[in-house]
Ligand binder design. Structure first.
Ligand code: NDP
Length: 247
């Protein structure tokens, strides 16, 4: 069931997060949107409310633990509880290692890895106490295979596979019933390529996305499918991409 569930979405200001917020809200979820660009969050929340849905938003930099805690608190104070968190904020400034774009390496670790840890730390005490909850994360096909140019990005996304599976296993062992879902998308048309500063990598990736990219709505419907499963059922892994893309 999606109706009346309270779902926090990080990286909700564009792309996959925006599409998921709108789809879940249209199915009756109460969505809590977080990202850094407040103007975009406000527009998206307004659009959801105009369409008859429920949405609140708050500025969120996932690298700050206190900001994650505040978004969880907003969900609780507005809607009374938290049922699911979609850990989706991420960036992909790919480049060959030899380009030594070390600031980009560290930013990816901070957002794609530590941002997920911060989100889980913020929500886990609630999920443990209520003995239910759903943690959903956006990995990537780059979290399943190695791609030149994506050593660090891929590493941050491979991390999720282990982390999410251990979260699921430990929760089952502890009897807290937390469901997990990790999504591994291939090329999806969003703002993601805007973070690539290395010219050759950008033009190569742009070519792939121009040729194959599909709508972020496709990922949103996978998130909705995962949430919609009965509470006693967890579907952990989804690889989703353009039918025409060899990956
Ligand atoms: P977008 O660039 O459109 O969205 C990225 C989102 O992450 C934005 O809402 C951005 O918001 C947010 N974000 C970035 N840094 C931070 C931060 N420090 N704190 C909070 N939010 C942050 O791209 P996508 O929708 O494609 O990306 C969503 C996820 O999907 C990412 O994890 C990406 O790695 C993954 N993915 C995407 C694929 C694709 O082909 N598009 C393929 C595989 C995986 P703001 O800038 O406002 O903070």
């Amino acid at each position: 069931m999606i109706e009346d569930k309270v779902v926090i979405i990080t990286g909700a200001s564009s792309g996959i997060g925006e599409a998921t917020a709108k789809l879940l809200a249209s199915k009756g979820a109460h969505v809590v949107l977080g990202a850094r660009r407040e103007d975009k969050l406000k527009r998206i929340a307004d659009e959801i409310e105009q369409d008859g849905g429920r949405a609140v938003w708050q500025a969120l930099d996932v690298t700050q633990q206190s900001a994650n805690d505040n978004v969880v608190e907003l969900a609780r104070s507005t809607f009374g509880r938290v049922d699911a968190i979609f850990l989706n904020a991420g960036l992909m400034p790919n480049s060959p290692l030899s380009a030594l774009k070390t600031d980009d390496w560290h930013r990816m670790v901070d957002v794609n890895v530590k941002g997920v840890l911060n989100g889980v730390a913020a929500v886990l005490p609630i999920f443990v106490k209520q003995k239910s909850g759903h943690v959903i994360a956006t990995s990537s096909v780059a979290g399943l295979k190695a791609y030149p140019g994506g050593a660090v990005y891929g590493g941050t996304k491979w991390f999720l596979r282990d982390f999410m599976e251990v979260l699921r296993m430990e929760s089952a062992m502890e009897g807290t019933n937390i469901r997990t879902a990790t999504i591994y998308p291939a090329a999806v048309n969003t703002e993601l390529l805007a973070t690539i500063s290395q010219k050759e990598t950008l033009s190569q990736m742009q070519g792939i996305y121009d040729m194959y990219g599909i709508s972020p709505d496709r990922i949103a419907s996978v998130v909705a499918f995962a949430i919609d499963q009965p509470e006693d059922t967890t579907i952990n892994e989804f690889t989703v991409g353009p039918a025409s893309q060899p990956w």
